[in-house]
Design a protein around this ligand. Structure first.
Ligand code: ATP
Ligand code: MG
Length: 437
């Protein structure tokens, strides 16, 4: 307010570019997906882990690798204003989960299967399926070296697609081998790209001697032919790496899970070795990877822990939900059971005591609230009840209140007679209003 007490026009504040509000009814789809995932994780005996959104910058620099897209150009990093500490909004959650496992000795008596859900932050160009704040669901199996756990975690994602109704999701697998195999491949890669130096973009030229594997991950269309022709890591694998991949694919086959080997598949972080994989769809344009992961047996050491094998994946929630929309499948908002119609504000204490009893019985109830003019007319309340999608109207009229009852009227399920029920005894009839009883 200014001196004359008239409201001044205040500039409207909007969200940060690339960071989205998730609003109803869309948010109901998010909740439904999260609920499905919780049940799925429970069935596979993965336990929930929640790590801070802000971490020391060094965690990601050391964990993901200095010469990666994320660390070079996508991190939201800042210095803590009070103590100057270098901090970063997490761009992914695997490094944090590993940090937490080391910090709290989570693996003192064997492996640990964990999962998380939450926002991640990357400074990318916003477009369909690519945002600056986005959400991942991820699973990490820590302390397990066998290929059967790679297969298990892949089967878990596969099971999720089936349950939520996603079709046409393609599984691509590759092996990145072990460090010695990668070193041989690295030398061959450098030789190959040096021979085609004029075809490389500036970034590729810069990365060529720092981290040549990253060139394979380039999204520059002009470079795809030279990438296609590059030596394949698969051809450098020794017996044990090949056997590991075989273990994984044998189990997938036994489970009837279709996959293809994609020798060009490398992942955006340096921490991967052996198995890497992506679930890809063709329905989302160029942002087609909905879930990606692999084995990271050297990450623990990288951030100061004991050598510990591990494997995991992360799924992009926005992309999965977008795909569900595209395919016109998936769950919408749960229906409301009842709408409470209250003509007189003086009834509210008794009404609200009744509604509380109903909610204890699992009934969802939306109550008409007063305005500065008091309660709306019965007619207008009935209209709202209809528009709310509720299955029942609960009428708390003057006659009802005098007798200590409520009239229950079906709004949708035709053929159900109107009934009066005792206000005090909701335990005896509440459950009958519940849609998912
Ligand atoms: P892309 O190649 O699409 O950039 P990425 O390799 O950087 O993906 P990961 O770091 O492996 O992705 O993250 C796992 C998943 O998280 C991706 O497959 C994708 O579904 C999702 N994801 C990654 N970055 C974004 C983003 N900026 N916006 C929305 N979803 C994202
Ligand atoms: Mg990326």
């Amino acid at each position: 307010m200014n001196e004359k007490n008239t409201p001044r026009k205040v500039e409207k504040l909007v969200a940060v570019k690339g960071m989205n509000d998730i609003l109803p009814p869309e948010s109901a789809r998010w909740e439904a997906l999260e609920e499905r995932v919780r049940k799925l994780m429970h069935r596979f005996a993965y336990e929930n882990v929640r790590t801070p959104i802000v971490e020391p910058t060094a965690l990601f620099v050391r964990g993901l690798g200095e010469v990666t897209d994320i660390v070079e150009k996508e991190m939201y990093s800042f210095d803590d204003r009070l103590n100057g500490e270098a901090l970063t909004l997490r761009p992914e959650n695997t490094a944090s989960v590993v940090r937490a496992a080391v910090e709290h000795s989570l693996l003192y008596n064997g492996g640990k299967r964990l999962y998380y859900m939450g926002p991640m932050f990357r400074h990318e160009r916003p477009q369909r399926g690519r945002y600056r704040q986005f959400h991942q669901i991820g699973a990490e199996a820590l302390g397990f070296g066998g290929g059967e756990v790679d297969a298990e975690i892949i089967l878990m994602a596969h099971a999720l697609w089936r349950e939520i109704g996603l079709t046409d999701v393609e599984l691509q697998i590759n092996s990145l081998g072990q460090p010695d195999e990668r070193n041989q491949h690295r030398a061959a890669l450098i030789k190959h790209f040096e021979a085609h130096h004029d075809l490389l973009d500036e970034e590729a030229k810069r990365r060529l001697h720092l981290n040549p594997l990253r060139l394979l991950d380039s999204k520059n269309p002009a470079m795809q032919p030279v990438i296609e022709a590059a030596p394949r890591l698969l051809d450098f694998l020794g017996e044990s790496s090949k056997k590991h991949l075989q273990t994984v694919t044998d189990i997938l086959q036994a489970n009837g899970v279709a996959y293809s080997i994609n020798p060009r598949l490398v992942r955006g972080m340096d921490y991967y070795n052996l198995t890497v994989f992506e679930f890809v769809t063709h329905k989302l344009g160029s942002q087609g990877t909905i879930c990606a992961g692999g084995r990271y047996d050297y990450l623990f050491e990288q951030i100061g822990g004991k050598p510990t094998p591990a494997v995991g994946w992360a799924m992009g929630m926005e992309r999965v939900l977008e795909l569900l929309k595209e395919l016109e499948v998936g769950e919408s908002a749960p229906t409301l059971d009842a709408y409470a119609i209250v003509p007189d504000a003086s009834y509210l204490p008794a009404v609200m005591a009744c509604l509380q009893g109903l909610r204890e019985q699992g009934v969802s109830v939306l109550m008409q609230a007063s305005t500065t003019e008091g309660m709306a007319s019965m007619k207008s309340q009935f209209k709202r009840a209809d528009a709310s999608g509720a299955r029942f109207a609960l009428i708390f009229g003057a006659d009802e209140m005098a007798q200590g009852v409520v009239t229950v009227k079906a709004l949708r399920d035709a053929g159900i007679a109107q009934q009066t029920r005792s206000l005090a005894e909701t335990a005896q009839w509440g459950k009958s209003l519940q849609s998912n009883a």
